[in-house]
Ligand binder design. Sequence first.
Ligand code: FAD
Length: 489
Amino acid sequence: MTQLKKRRDFIKLMALTGLGIYLPSCASGERKKQSSTKKNKPKDPVSEIEEAIKSNNVTYLKKLDEQFDELNQGFNLAVGKTPALIALCLNTEGIAEAIKFAHKENLKVAVKSGGHSFENFSSIDDGLQINLSLMDEVKWINQTTVNIQPSCTLREMYDALLPKNRIIPSGSCGGVGIGGITLGGGYGFFARKYGLTCDSLMEATFVDGLGEIHELKQEDELMWALKGGGNGNFGVVSSFTFKTQKAPSEFTRHRFKAYKLDHSRAKELLQAYFKYSKELPESCFAAFVLNYKTLVLLITNYGSNNDALDNMIDAFSELCDDASVGTPKNLAESLRTYYGIEYPIYFKNASAGYYEDYETIATSIDQVLDVVFKKRGLIYQINTLGGNINNPQFEQASCYPHRSSPYLSELQYYWDEKKDPSELLKSFDEIQNILYENGIRKQYRNYPNLGFKEWERAYYGEHYERLQSIKKTYDPSDLFAQKQTVGLK
Ligand SMILES: Cc1cc2nc3c(=O)[nH]c(=O)nc-3n(C[C@H](O)[C@H](O)[C@H](O)COP(=O)(O)OP(=O)(O)OC[C@H]3O[C@@H](n4cnc5c(N)ncnc54)[C@H](O)[C@@H]3O)c2cc1C
C-alpha cells in the first residue's frame, strides 16, 4: 500500500482539478494493448462491463489493471478473494456512484478500509469491492472533536492525535483501519476507561445500499446499528466524527513469563489472572497469553500507582519464572512498540468467547490446555474488558451486545508460506468446539470466524432481529451480502 499512498496526492489532485482519475493502467487504449500481450493472465471475466466510467469521484479497476492486486490485498494472506471490479473511491459521492453502478451491473458489494478483517470480508469473489484506501484524512473540527476517514490506520490516527495530546480509545495494531474497528466495537488499552472506539463516535456520513447519502447523529437508529453492527452490513461509512480524550502523558508496561507449564500450574496462573485483574482500575489493561507451554502476562497502566496493580505485580512476580516490572515511559513511544507487522501475513485468528470469570471456562480449561500443550504455535489469549465498556449509556446507544462480559478470549496461529497449516487449524477448530460445547458462545464481531455456529447470536446477541429490520430499510435488495453479513428477514 505504500507505493499506492505515495501516489495518493497526485491522484487526488488530478481528480480535484477535473482531469479525471486515471491510474496509468486504467487508460483504456494503453490498457487494452497491455492485456493482449499478457498471454498468461486469465481472461478478464468482466469484459462485458462497459469501459470504466469517467468520474472525478471514483475509478474502476479490472483484474488486469496494474494496481488491482495491491488494492485488493488484505492483511490475511490465507484468505484470498478476487472481486470482478474494484471501485477506488475518492469521496462520499464516489461511494454513492459505485453503489448505483453495482446495482446496474448486478454485482454484490464488499467494503475495504484497512483490510485487516480476519476472514477478508473486505473483498468479495466476483463482486465489486468499494475500496476506501484513498480516504484516510484526519481533520480537526475543534480542539476536542476530530473527523476521520475510514481507511486511516490506527498508526496514522495516533500520529495525528498524540501531538495534540488527545486520544480516541482504540486498538493497538498500527495497520488496522479506523473504519472496520469502529464499526465492530474496538477495544484496546484505553477502553476500560473511555469505552470502545464506537462509543466515541458522534456523527457519521453513511451511504446506504441504494446509494443514498445520510448524515447521521447520535439519536439515529442507524447510528445505534453502526456501533458494533456496522461492518459491511447495510452500506458504507465514508466519514466518522469522534470525540477525543486527553491523552495520558505516560504509559507503563509490566511483563511476566512462566515456562514449561503443565495443567496444574497453568490453571493456577489463570485463576490468579482472573482474581487479580478483576480488581485493576480502569487505567489498566491485562492480557494472559499462552503460547504452547509458555505464558506471557502483560499488564499496562497509564494512571497512578494503585494497590490492585501492586498486588497483581507481587502475585505474578512470585508465581512466574521471569518478571519485568516497568517504569513510566512516553505514551507515543510506548504505543509504537505495539504497532506490529503492517504487511500481509498468513494467519488464523478468531474470537474464542467472552468470559465472566474463571468459572466460565472451569469446565473446559483442561480440554483446551490438552490441545494448546500439544501444538507449538497455537496461542490462547484472554484480554481484560469491563470498566467503562459496561457503561449503561453506551449500552443503550449501541448494538454492541457483550458489554457485561469483562474478558474476551482469542485464538491465534501464524505461519509462513512454506508451512502446511492444516494440523494446527484442526486444533484451532477443536478448541472452538470445546468452548462451544461448554456453552461459550458469545463472540466479538471484529474477530470473526466462518466456523462459528449460530454466528447471528454469537456476534449480535438479542439485537440480530433489530439489525435485520435496519437492513430492510437501508439495503432492501441485499447488495451487501456475503457470509456472515446481516441478512434480510
Ligand atoms: C493484527 C490485528 C490486530 C488487531 N487488533 C485489534 C485490537 O487491538 N482491538 C480490536 O478491537 N480489534 C483488533 N483487530 C480486529 C480489527 O478490529 C478488525 O479486523 C477490523 O474489522 C479491521 O478493520 P479494517 O478497516 O482494517 O478492515 P477491513 O477488512 O477493511 O474491514 C473489516 C470489516 O468492516 C467492514 N468495513 C470496513 N470499512 C467499512 C466502512 N467504511 N463502512 C462499512 N463497512 C466497513 C468491511 O467490509 C469488513 O467486513 C485486529 C486485527 C488484526 C488483523
